[in-house]
Write a protein that binds this ligand. Structure first.
Ligand SMILES: [Mn+2]
Length: 304
């Protein structure tokens, strides 16, 4: 992907509104088709025997430099699945170019099939708005009035995105966290459909882990704070051993709940000013034999 990445980034900065619009159409067809093939709108299941290498990337939030850094890694390029944990836009004006680059990959034969873009809370439904939400501003400052049209059509894409990955027997991956409402993987797969009568979807997108046990309301105003007891119950229900999530700024990786949870953060710069960011490359051994978050942080994280 090395040579192409330069080309795609150049294109992302130079694309005219008509080109962006055409790209959204192409990506929309791919996402819509994939959505139609899933039972339930939200859960992608990966059989560990079917893959040899999986890359996982946390929040990008408009940091195109970090995104390019990740995409230049040969191990990401050759991974069988490239999973992003959500939060693509907002926080940086290059959110527009980040979207262009990600949609380019999604629409591209050979890479698009391997790319899984999960929903974060910044890709939530209309009844769960996020503040501050700068994406519209970034689109209109680059493309004027027609930027609003692009923005609205990007929003439509969010409804086609999955919001969870299960690597059978080992890992659950979501943007925010887990919910006490989850009693089976079906509850996750159909969370968008049962929203808002069930809080599962909200908690997947918004929640944060706490140390120890418990289940509390969140200062974020959405989602909850969940303890190890909630995590354990969901692990039993879904049949996994470790949760991989993003959503909270950290120095690349953060091991939580005695190794049950790995928080991954893959962008740098304002407004968090973390010095390090990270992504994961899970190899065959790590995929087939579940590792805890501490081991993932030591052996699978690429920190820069
Ligand atoms: Mn988030």
């Amino acid at each position: 992907m090395h040579a192409e990445v330069e080309e795609w980034v150049k294109k992302a900065f130079e694309a005219r509104v008509e080109e962006f619009s055409a790209l959204i159409n192409e990506a929309r067809e791919v996402l819509k088709r994939e959505n139609g093939l899933r039972a339930g709108s939200g859960l992608v299941r990966i059989a560990p025997q079917a893959v040899r290498k999986v890359a996982v990337i946390g929040d990008i939030h408009g940091d195109i430099e970090s995104l390019v850094h990740v995409l230049r890694d040969t191990d990401v390029e050759t991974a069988d699945r490239i999973i992003f944990l959500g939060d693509y836009g907002d926080r940086s004006e290059e959110s527009v170019e980040v979207y262009y680059l990600l949609l380019t990959l999604k629409a591209l034969a050979g890479i698009g099939e391997k790319l899984i873009l999960l929903r974060g809370n910044h890709e939530g439904p209309p009844d769960m708005p996020v503040m501050p939400h700068d994406l519209l501003l970034f689109f209109t400052s680059k493309y004027g009035a027609r930027g609003r049209e692009l923005y609205n059509r990007i929003r439509e894409l969010w409804e086609y995105l999955p919001y969870a990955v299960v690597v059978t027997g080992s890992y659950l991956m979501v943007h925010g966290g887990v919910s006490a409402t989850v009693t089976s993987s079906e509850d996750i797969a159909y969370a968008r459909e049962t929203h808002p009568s069930s809080s599962t979807f909200e908690e997947i997108l918004w929640s944060d882990p706490i140390e120890g046990k418990g289940y509390f309301s969140s200062l974020r105003g959405a989602g909850r704070m969940f303890g190890e007891d909630i995590t354990d119950a969901v692990f039993r229900a879904v049949g996994v051993k470790t949760l991989i999530r993003s959503h909270e700024p950290c120095e690349g990786v953060d091991v939580r709940q005695r190794g049950k949870i790995l928080t991954l953060f893959s962008r740098k710069g304002a407004p968090y000013f973390n010095k390090r960011a990270a992504y994961l490359v899970l190899d065959e051994t790590i995929l087939r034999d579940a590792k805890d978050a501490g081991e993932l942080a030591r052996n699978a994280a690429r920190i820069w």
